[in-house]
Write a protein that binds this ligand. Structure first.
Ligand code: N01
Length: 496
């Protein structure tokens, strides 16, 4: 059985960033396990037409690896994926990555003070620390629609795009109108013969202020790093202005609401269609989407927005509750991801023999500082419970967590702790405070259902404060909040 000091799950922004920072801190004994064949995580998986980030790339990138060459303010997916690949290549960590390998099960062995991790290649690795960067939006959620498995045409999820299928001239249906769908729809509208868009809930969509960077700007970013830093900082603070609007004072969201209404008016002339795309919940309750092309695409003659619910799917058609049957060749399900019951949670077994999912079954996802969980020693989750954002760059949150984890490792090494685990009461107090803050947010009170909330209506996904507060709270590993274990003779026996 192989032993590594640290095992990292996932090679997206989180896993790759962890590997780079571990190496920078002199840690060489680590392994990164990635189920797909490349780095990139969500940016490797989501290759649908029109895929792009809705946070400007100057901010949606590692602070330690600025890229002067972004072509646009909101970069398309291939550019982001190329950036991640380049950072991975240049960092010199890739020889410690094992691709096409998934974590099947990870079990905490308390006497040995190690995680025993079974991998899909049949090997088992033991490790002192297990860092999960497996992603909050990585497991596609397929719609449970009567008859869908009997559909004779092609059907695929937005995050599993089938590029072998030529959609030109075909009858295509897209189910869902979230962030993925509103990028896909305008692209498909350009080529398909007919497009039906099945909307269950209309989203708020504001204009996308995208533009190409000029040659001069790129030159400045390359040769005057301070310019790029100032640019990045300005974007950061501009985004942070959304926080009080989401969490405290809904009146502050008024400018965004005006933009969204004007976007509808600009993109759609037909009053009926305008009414159909106008949401009936407060802006911000679901993620605010950005697009200049979504509404004009819906208004095109060969595109139909269908607002009646789907009752069933036959071999070649979608049938709505009003009995109308719309024939279709290809079905795209842009129905989102499992967010409140993360798949990795079913595979991680803690100190008392229960999985994370079992532990969370009653409480919903909870962790301390979104990173560590009582009963799961030396498990560190990146993008864990309540670390998601509705307004800014997840890379910022990821880097905050990586700093915390690296400091935890340093602290453990210095003190000779073989394991750390947050006190139960500290974790509970952290979550009580989060949920108290959550009560006044637009996500909980705005009158919508969203992937932010779990089946009990608890918001276990989003961070309800400023991102700089999160950065500050995770700036140092607060070992006093943890139960610690010193190395035992048993551990020495095992590792000998
Ligand atoms: O998923 P979603 P997504 N029948 O869950 C509908 C990030 N992201 O992949 O609203 C019919 O938002 C569902 O309807 P409703 C970003 O954080 C970022 O689009 O539940 N419809 C909804 O319309 C984002 O928030 C970027 O009533 C069904 C849609 O499917 C997150 O990923 C791009 C249905 C799902 O929307 C997820 O976005 C893409 C059913 N049975 C994604 N089930 C950028 O940075 C679900 N729906 C640009």
């Amino acid at each position: 059985m192989t032993h590594v000091k640290h095992l990292v799950i996932g090679a997206g922004f989180a896993g790759l960033g962890t590997a780079i920072k571990l190496q920078e801190n002199g840690e060489t004994d680590f392994l990164v396990i990635e189920k797909s064949s490349d780095v990139g995580g969500t940016w490797q998986a989501n290759t649908y037409p029109g895929a792009a980030c809705d946070v400007p790339s100057q901010l949606y990138s590692y602070s330690f690896a600025p890229n002067p060459d972004w072509s646009m303010s909101f970069s398309p997916q291939p550019e982001i994926q190329a950036y991640i690949q380049r950072v991975a290549d240049e960092s010199g960590v890739l020889d410690r990555f094992r691709f096409d390998t998934a974590v099947e099960r990870a079990v905490w062995d308390d006497p040995a003070q190690v995680w025993e991790v079974d991998l899909s290649d049949g090997t088992t690795v033991t490790t002192q620390t297990l860092v999960s960067g497996s992603g909050g939006l990585s497991e596609p959620k397929l719609p449970d629609i009567d008859g869908i498995e009997g559909f004779q045409g092609e059907v695929f999820h937005s995050a599993r795009w089938n590029h072998d299928i030529d959609l030109a001239g075909k009858r295509v249906a897209v189910i869902g109108t979230g962030a993925s769908s509103i990028q896909i729809v305008p692209e498909l509208a350009r080529t398909v013969g007919h497009l039906d868009v099945y909307q269950r809930t209309a989203p708020w969509v504001i204009p996308r202020n995208d533009r190409a960077y000029t040659g001069l700007e790129k030159l400045a970013f390359r040769h005057l790093p301070l310019v790029q830093k100032v640019y990045r900082t300005a974007i950061y603070w501009g985004r942070e202005l959304y926080v009080p609007a989401f969490t405290r004072n809904p009146a502050l969201a008024l400018p965004a609401l005006k933009l969204a209404r004007a976007n509808i008016a600009r993109g759609i002339k037909d009053p009926e269609l305008r009414a159909a795309v106008t949401p009936d919940f407060r802006i911000g309750c679901k993620r605010i989407l950005i697009s200049n092309t979504y509404y004009p695409a819906l208004a095109a003659d060969h595109v139909e927005l269908v607002t009646d619910g789907i009752s069933k799917i036959t071999g070649d058609a979608v049938v709505t509750t009003d009995g109308v049957e719309r024939p279709v060749d290809v079905l795209v399900v842009a129905t989102g991801f499992h967010t409140t019951e993360q798949p990795i949670a079913q595979r991680v077994v803690g100190r008392d023999g229960r999985t994370l999912s079992e532990t969370w079954a009653e409480t919903g996802m909870t962790a301390y500082k979104g990173t560590t969980v009582h009963g799961f020693p030396n498990l560190f989750q990146i993008v864990g419970p309540n670390t998601g954002l509705a307004h800014s760059s997840m890379v910022f949150m990821i880097e905050s967590q990586i700093n915390y984890i690296v400091d935890a490792i340093r602290t453990m090494d210095r003190a000779g702790h073989s394991s750390v685990e947050p006190h139960r009461d500290v974790q509970e107090a952290w979550n009580d405070d989060l949920q108290r803050r959550m009560q006044q947010t637009v996500w909980n009170t705005g009158g919508c259902a969203s992937w932010y909330l779990d089946e009990h209506g608890r918001n276990t996904t989003l961070w309800p404060r400023s991102t700089f507060t999160f950065r500050r709270l995770l700036a140092r590993f607060d070992v006093e909040a943890y139960d610690v274990t010193a190395p035992t003779p048993i551990k020495e026996k095992v590792s000998a």
